[in-house]
Design a binder for this molecule. Structure first.
Ligand code: ADP
Ligand code: MG
Length: 698
């Protein structure tokens, strides 16, 4: 006896069969072979190969009203059809179409066989560019024959991405059959509550209408359902594994929930936390308090106050008896975190230390010992912390600052040092990789979506001529006289094949020539020893230097409020997110800040970048624009991300949707104790995750 589930599964599995076993008119072996190259081999592939766009033919213009060069669709009856030879003996198929108000001539070159397809008396749709000479004319227009049985009598026609030799008309016939015969097998994957909550159309309706919408503006809603489906399946797959993992490793911890240190720390701050900071902190408190392993990506724009959030979380864990790690991508930044927090921590009676590559000998040994004995409560450092000989007594939380500089492996290594492996990763750019991690890795995402109050926008100007450059130099001098400090940033790197890039030396020479010689200038680049770098940075902080010329070593996190001006040389060499990061070094104090982007690039994409930088200070918008300017292929190198199957989700645009779906999935799995009940959903998850495995093995 078959259960309902079994019947359903059988029906569903047909969709995953090779289509060869299934009879569909117009779909011969040749056509199938061609479609194979487009990844279309099974019924499900047909159903999920969506139109690239649609042609709205609900209003046809009368032929007599057509304009020259207008791109348009018209409908009419064929009143003449024949093959003729041109003067150069090429064959040409010509028809004349009438709509009762006028006539238009259409010709196709080298396609004489059309004479067997388009015949006098037929009704046709033509679309293309109209030429208005002594008659109306179209050359090589798209065509569809309107058949008596009403087959393609649609007012909105889907347009698919197809191999050239398969006509849209034929493909539409095929897809119509597939839908007609098999759509009922496409069983629902969402729980009913979920459909209600997200207000989604059913799966069957969605697929039908996304191919053949009645109105164009309803398509959006169907696409939203498809994106939601993708996220849902993905998150179900990932989180289900995590639920399994957690139920096996259920040696959880129990905090006393002490908050004294946090309270004192907050009192010592000169400001109130923003609503967004509070929200993120409480999200993580919730994790920690429920004894759950916290695994979070904290995203917040440059200057949104991520450090404070990190410190609060670390203090909380320390108060409750654990050690904490704060790891930064550069020594400069580690140093800054250390110096910035040393006093407060000492006052709170907490032992804090710094460990970087340049801490050596006795001092290093002492730190390692004290970490292992649990004497040190908080250790700040660079990737030196990952080394095997760094051991902890009772590590409870690792915070990684500006995570895009760290790889997944490094993260894992750090995590494994912990008694409990709580981890929070902070990133200033919703860069694709970290988002990829949040989807494919097992990170939850918290977003600080607000800046502290009273921040002045940084004024950004693109300097693209010698004239503007001169003006800029004069402006810089005024600002120096007012007591401000200036960063010059240059892409440097080695001598490269493409043209001349300014090195820090070049910039030094350039500004010396321009009369900046009388100011104190420091130079900073990656090849310097860390003591040298520290000395320069410290001097700049103390305003012993007026100008700092630097490579991108200052990109992340550095905080010198009096440095209110940044000049980025050869700014076309940087990506948008990087420019935004760099610019984030200014605008940190009370002074109006400025950023100058110096390049006379003529490259369209570069120009677009400069304009976006001039237009907005919002890091999330910038990340979004960044994605638009790049091709998605560049973003998701298959191997790197494994997100080969995310087709309809835009990880930046849809971040809120991702989060909402994820929350629902968690609720669902909590209720079912990690069991996926819907057999159809199970099939989908298996399909998706097995496929990704295959891709990864490539
Ligand atoms: P980022 O998110 O870029 O790491 P930081 O943590 O370096 O930002 O914070 C930038 C500056 O804003 C710091 O000087 C910090 O002290 C300050 N700051 C952080 N939170 C607040 C707040 N709620 N109100 C005012 N200033 C804040
Ligand atoms: Mg920071």
């Amino acid at each position: 006896m078959e259960t309902n589930d079994n019947i359903m599964i059988k029906e569903y599995e047909i969709l995953y069969h090779d289509i060869k076993e299934i009879k569909i008119k117009n779909l011969g072996e040749k056509t199938l072979d061609k479609l194979k190259k487009y990844g279309i081999t099974r019924l499900i592939d047909f159903l999920y190969h969506f139109p690239r766009t649609y042609e709205d033919r609900s209003n046809y213009k009368k032929i007599r009203d057509l304009l020259n060069n207008e791109y348009i669709s018209i409908k009419g009856e064929v009143i003449e059809a024949k093959v003729i030879r041109t003067r150069t003996y090429k064959s040409m198929f010509k028809i004349v179409v009438s709509d009762g108000y006028g006539t238009i001539e259409a010709v196709w070159f080298k396609m004489p066989y059309l004479v067997n397809t388009i015949k006098v008396g037929m009704e046709v749709l033509l679309n293309g560019t109209v030429k208005k000479e002594y008659i109306y004319k179209m050359v090589n227009p798209g065509y569809q024959i309107i058949e008596d049985n009403g087959d393609i009598n649609l007012s909105i026609i889907p347009v698919y991405t197809l191999p050239q030799s398969i006509s849209q008309t034929i493909y539409i016939k095929i897809i119509k059959q597939v839908i007609e015969y098999y759509i009922e097998s496409l069983h629902e994957i969402f729980p009913i509550e979920f459909i209600d909550k997200f207000n989604l159309p059913s799966r069957i309706e969605t697929i039908k209408k996304i191919h053949f919408p009645e109105k164009l503006d309803e398509v959006y809603n169907y696409k939203r359902r498809i994106a939601t489906e993708e996220i849902f399946i993905l998150e179900m797959g990932i989180l289900q594994k995590r639920f399994e993992y957690e139920s096996i490793n259920s040696v959880l911890y129990n905090l006393e929930d002490k908050k004294n240190l946090v309270k004192k720390y907050l009192e010592s701050l000169k400001f109130e936390l923003t609503r967004a900071q509070k929200k993120v902190i409480s999200e993580i408190y919730n994790d920690l308090n429920s004894g759950k392993i916290s695994n979070r990506l904290i995203q917040g724009d440059v200057g949104s106050g991520k450090t404070v959030v990190a410190i609060i979380l670390l203090l909380y864990m320390i108060d409750n008896g654990y050690q904490g790690v704060l790891m930064a991508p550069t020594e400069i930044l580690a140093e800054q975190h250390f110096l910035g927090n040393m006093d407060i921590f000492n006052n709170l009676g907490i032992k804090i230390e710094i460990l970087t590559g340049s801490v050596k000998g006795k001092k290093r040994k002492q730190i390692l010992d004290e970490l292992e004995q649990g004497v040190i409560n908080l250790i700040i450092g660079t990737h030196a912390l990952i080394e095997d000989n760094v051991k902890f007594k009772k590590l409870g939380l690792v915070v990684i600052d500006e995570q895009h500089k760290f790889g997944v492996e490094q993260r894992k290594k750090l995590r494994e040092k912990g008694i409990i492996s709580n981890i929070a990763v902070m990133s200033a750019t919703p860069i694709p990789r970290s988002l990829a991690l949040s989807i494919y890795g097992d990170l939850d995402v918290s977003i600080i979506d607000e800046l502290p109050p009273n921040r002045k926008d940084i004024k950004t100007k693109w300097i693209n001529s010698e004239n503007l450059k001169e003006k800029m130099f004069n402006f810089l001098k005024t600002k120096l006289e007012e007591g401000r400090q200036i960063y010059f940033v240059t892409p440097l790197i080695e001598e490269t094949e493409t043209g001349k890039w300014y090195s820090t030396e070049d910039v030094y020479n350039m500004i010396s020539e321009k009369g900046f010689g009388k100011y104190n200038i420091g130079i900073l680049h990656g090849k310097m020893k860390s003591e040298e770098k520290d000395a320069i940075m410290t001097n700049f902080k103390k305003h012993k230097l007026d100008i700092l010329i630097s490579t991108t070593v200052i990109e992340v996190g550095v905080d010198v409020p009096n440095a209110a001006i940044m000049v980025i040389i050869d700014s076309n060499k940087f990506g948008l997110s990087q420019l935004h990061q760099l610019r984030g070094r200014v605008g940190r104090g009370e002074h109006q800040s400025y950023c100058f982007l110096v390049t006379n690039t003529t490259n369209e994409v570069s120009i677009e970048r400069m304009k976006i930088m001039e237009k907005t200070n919002d890091g999330f918008k910038i990340a979004e624009e960044d994605l638009k300017l790049r091709k998605s292929g560049e973003i998701f190198g298959k191997k790197q991300s494994g997100i080969s199957d995310i087709k309809y989700v835009d990880v930046v645009r849809d971040i809120k949707l991702i989060k909402n779906v994820r929350d629902e999935v968690i609720n669902y799995l909590k209720k079912t104790k990690g069991v996926v009940e819907n057999p159809i959903l199970k099939i989908e998850i298996t399909e998706k995750f097995n496929k990704d495995k295959e891709n990864n093995n490539e």
